[in-house]
Design a protein around this ligand. Structure first.
Ligand code: PHE
Length: 509
């Protein structure tokens, strides 16, 4: 059985390589990471552009029935390409799909229209430019994003569709659920494909009664249900430096009303999810014959959430919502008042509203107590069978019971980075200039697939005389479904080593 600690460990940000999830890590909580895988490196710090790494590119690729021409930007592995057709968020009784439906239930039609089948192939314009990402933003780098060609990529977030839906969704709101793609490290909470939901609500200042936008928003807020969660919201709705109001477009009264509507809506969503998680845990205990007296302290604690100021290029002011879970604050979503430039691009400059993005796997891992993100992709009946029937009847949701724990098998690979110069490091023309850890991760995933649990940097060293850099990574081979034999682990590792040398040009030590 994986206890609370096991789950907590699974949600811990990985410790190797570059700081993923920077604004998650920077606030120092060990559990901040998963959701907003969303909020990982791409959308915050880190150096941009890495030069093309060798990928054997086909001339064209077919994704969901459409053919695209590749160019030297192409960097999608066959494994990732094959996942574009899985659509876990649409599979009946799949935990990702159940989580989506629970969220949808909090945002009812006809105001909210649902979009669950938008193709993952988008333009760089949609994914980045339309949202105000600067041209040198690290999220655009080939090390972080899967490109088909220079102008076409696999969406890295559902926000890529915001402008289009501000244009077409006339109802005043929408929810999108979709698969999103990011090149990343290998561990129990990161997978190159995951699912997000985007939600937005907007009002048209030319259509509200008496042109009083703030009053219309407040009236809609008054119609929302209430909840009895403890909410900590220590900051003012906006702050001139840290979290500015879009003063040229919104009055303080308008922005406050939109923020209040946004916060209540998302609190209701989180309350719904976590109440269901609690009910599922209690039902499992009851089934095991434990009386309510055996309820742990955590079960009886009231749900606590808090609002934290944040930054996104396409909202201002912006926030993250965190939930107190098993002794730590866990980030579950990013949101804010939509930048007016998005509505203007949509041809509707009189719209004003909010948007949020949430990672479904992170929420599903909490709701169903799923300890490893690879499980979502499993076709093993011992996994899928545990959720059968829960899609139509949420009272049948139960915490996942791990079916086995197979032994880990660690193997190390050490290598010299390409190039030799007096100064090792990530500078063009010197050792390791074209090195990015995500390229290694991609090779490992490609060769060993879901048989690898995690990959960690265990040693790093620069030769004092030559300036060459050497790295040592430890690969943990462990299948979730069966015990790997020594022979097959050795064979996989040998292939990983060979492909690293071939594809990345590193020199194995
Ligand atoms: N798209 C953002 C991410 O993936 C999340 C977000 C969505 C933030 C909508 C604000 C508004 O990190």
């Amino acid at each position: 059985m994986i206890g609370p600690r096991g789950l907590a460990a699974a949600l811990r940000p990985c410790v190797c390589g570059r700081p993923s999830t920077p604004f998650i890590l920077q606030r120092g909580s060990p559990l901040r990471s998963l959701l907003v895988r969303t909020l990982r490196a791409p959308y915050s710090s880190d150096a941009a552009a890495s030069p093309p790494a060798a990928t054997r590119a086909p001339k064209t690729v077919e994704i969901n029935g459409k053919t695209y021409a590749t160019d030297p930007w192409f960097n999608i592995s066959p494994t990732v390409l094959s996942l574009t057709s899985r659509k876990l968020h649409l599979q009946k009784d799949h935990p990702v799909a159940i989580t989506r439906k629970i969220i949808e239930s909090v945002f009812p039609g006809p105001t909210y229209q649902y979009y669950n089948e938008i193709d993952p192939v988008v333009s760089t314009h949609e994914n980045f430019d339309s949202l105000g990402f600067p041209p040198d933003h690290p999220g655009r780098a080939r090390s972080d994003t899967y490109y088909i060609n220079k102008d076409t990529l696999l969406r890295t977030h559902t926000s890529a569709h915001e402008v289009e839906l501000f244009r077409t969704a006339q109802s005043g709101g929408f929810l999108i659920s979709a698969d999103v793609y990011r090149r990343d490290e290998v561990d129990r909470s990161h997978y190159p494909v995951f699912h997000q939901m985007e939600g937005a609500r907007f009002w048209d200042r030319n259509k509200v009664p008496n042109g009083d936008l703030a009053a219309a928003v407040r009236e809609d807020l008054a119609r929302l249900p209430t909840h009895n969660m403890q909410v900590e919201d220590p900051n003012p709705p906006f702050h001139p430096d840290r979290n500015p109001l879009q003063a040229e477009h919104h009055t303080a009264e308008e922005a406050s009303a939109v923020a209040a509507h946004l916060k209540r809506s998302l609190e209701l969503m989180v309350n719904e999810i976590f109440s269901r998680a609690k009910a599922a845990a209690a039902a499992a205990k009851a089934q095991q014959g434990q009386t309510p007296a055996a309820e742990s302290e955590a079960d009886s604690e009231p749900l606590r959430v808090r609002w934290v100021e944040a930054y996104f290029p396409f909202t201002s002011p912006s926030w993250e919502l965190e939930v107190f879970h098993e002794g730590a604050w866990l980030e579950v979503l990013g949101c804010g008042v939509s930048k007016q430039a998005l509505h203007a691009q949509a041809g509707a400059p009189s719209q004003v509203g909010w948007a949020f993005g949430i990672g479904l796997e992170r929420v599903a891992m909490l709701l169903f107590r799923i300890p490893d993100i690879r499980l979502f992709w499993s076709r093993d009946e011992r996994f899928l069978g545990q959720f059968r029937g829960a899609g139509d009847d949420w009272s049948r949701i139960r915490p996942f019971v791990p079916f086995s724990k197979h032994p880990p098998c660690w193997k190390d690979v050490s290598f010299w980075l390409r190039g030799a110069s007096a100064a090792g490091g990530n500078v063009k023309g010197v050792a390791g200039a074209d090195w990015h850890v995500n390229d290694l991760m991609e090779v490992v995933r490609d060769v060993a697939g879901d048989s690898v649990e995690d990959v960690r940097l265990v040693d790093e060293f620069t030769h004092p005389a030559t300036g060459r850099r050497s790295l040592c990574y430890r690969i943990n081979y462990r299948s979730l479904e069966r015990t790997l034999t020594n022979a097959e682990t050795n064979a996989m590792h040998e292939r990983v080593v060979r492909e690293l040398a071939e594809r990345l040009g590193v020199e194995i030590r």
